[in-house]
Design a protein around this ligand. Sequence first.
Ligand code: TYM
Length: 324
Amino acid sequence: MARVFSGIQPSGELHIGNYLGAVRNWVELQHRYESFFSIVDYHAITGMYEPADLRRRTRDMAISLLASGIDPEKCTLFVQSAVSEHTELAWIFNTVTPLGELERQTQFKDKSSRQESILAGLLNYPVLQAADIALYQSDLIPVGEDQVQHLELAREIVRRWNSKFGIDFFVEPKPLLTPTRRIMGLDGQAKMSKSLGNTIGLLEEPAAIWEKLRPAVTDPARVKKTDPGTPEVCNIYHIHKAFSSSATVEHVAQQCSSAGWGCIDCKRVLQASMETELGPIRARAAELRAAPARVEDALLAGAASARAIASETLTETKQIMGLR
Ligand code: TYM
């Protein structure tokens, strides 16, 4: 059976960008493939942070994932730092990764341009990501579009290692994208991202979601309610496509382009569609928050299964390389 692996940073609560770009797909894939999902806390320490805050965000991310439908009976859900093989293989992969490839990564260029002193961990971030994937000999990596370049590098690292040691040992992973691979933020300017403050949290209450939806950017050419709009250029229409039924999406498009509805009418319908999907997730999250031992046990069991496979891969890797 093909293996699926993916990771998410412990940013606390999920937002609808990473839910639609990745996690909703994970929930479906766990039934069809041997799946590993990791909360990648080692990736989250490349800048300044508070340990207590990281601890809370890791737990909250676990709650968000479980509430979204990640089922520890169907897949392996674990926290990366509980499986130390990840950092060990990352060091090994550092020795076959060209510096130029790391410097070319868009996310590195973006993040480093916003910082005065750049840490080596930020540069080497994609090497750890390659190690995450390779430890489980993963074939398919369900991610949003922003991770595709990192995955190309992971393929390159695996190829270089295989060719250096003359053995086809590591599997070359392939990205798995969905139609919702790039959800834009409510400002309509950039991808939805916690660091840009343009997100809708998956667990936010309907009133809080409405406060964000109401002023969200729509078709910029539609100034008055009587101006006909162009759905394809409207960010809200794209979010409709992710949450509303196809009949509703068709109706929305027709009402928009004929100036039947104003943008507020359209947003109210979107809010109702979102609530149909997110209401039950919010309820499950509240139950899990009240049962912290259930969450902790699931993560501990996940780490034990992940470690068993990771240590096997690492032992073989070291043997091939002449290490102890
Ligand atoms: P992270 O934590 O930034 O995001 C988690 C997943 O959500 C997707 N995503 C989006 N998809 C669509 N629209 C958006 N606005 C949006 N924002 C986020 C991301 O593409 C990702 O799939 N480096 C990775 C974590 C990682 C990983 C791995 C992923 C570490 N090791 C191994 C795959 C395999 C990251 O920072 O994702």
